[in-house]
Design a protein around this ligand. Structure first.
Ligand SMILES: [Zn+2]
Length: 199
């Protein structure tokens, strides 16, 4: 049976190169596309997991492994791809094991996720693509309960621990000529105050 696969996190070095180019006023369209589509793949994986869905590795059909209703429950038993003649099978447990501990849950960042999925493929210029990437990697998980910032969403997108990724983004914001990140820094301060005592 074909295996379920999820897009990996993007390497820091690629993103850093993009921001160094940007700061120097250079455009490397190839790198921009490479990073932008790697993030898009990653976002698509997060979108599927967050919605309890899987993309059939045999035919590409997307189907749900969760039950409808309050909260969510995994469907029990063998699940067969609904596409006629496909026959690929999995189970909710098997599906869950493929993404567990891979930072693929993005419920609290779904606005940022939806915006990137919608806007990046439509961006027409290098500048528009860069803005999409910049907004995505500086987004946060926002508590569904009280609207507070819980985590940096970049931790789901870029390699490294949560702390390392926030430090990495902070380093990017120190590059000359970049977008003003005062507001983002304030958000990070608030987030860490709130996260005190949490890993
Ligand atoms: Zn299928």
């Amino acid at each position: 049976m074909e295996k379920i696969r999820w897009a990996p996190k993007v390497r820091q070095v690629k993103i850093r190169q993009l921001y160094e180019n940007d700061a120097a006023g250079m455009v490397d369209e190839e790198l921009l596309q490479e990073v932008g589509y790697a993030l898009l793949d990653r976002c698509q994986s997060i979108w599927l997991v967050t919605r309890r869905e899987v993309e059939c590795p045999r035919c590409g059909t997307v189907f749900s492994l969760g039950e409808e209703g309050e909260g969510w429950k995994m469907r029990s038993g063998v699940q067969t791809c609904p596409k006629e003649g496909c026959g690929w099978q999995t189970s909710a447990e098997e599906w869950h094991n493929t993404w567990a501990k891979k930072d693929l849950l993005g419920m609290a960042a779904r606005d940022a996720l939806a915006i990137y999925l919608r806007d990046f493929p439509r961006a027409k210029t290098a500048q528009e693509r860069m803005v999409c990437i910049d907004q995505l990697i500086h987004a946060f998980h926002i508590s569904l309960r009280d609207g507070q910032l819980n985590r940096s969403f970049a931790n789901n997108l870029i390699e490294g621990s949560h702390q390392q990724v926030v430090e990495f983004l902070d380093g990017l914001s120190a590059l000359p000529g970049g977008v003003d990140k005062t507001e983002w820094r304030d958000h990070v301060k608030t987030m860490f105050k709130r996260r005190k005592g949490k890993a």
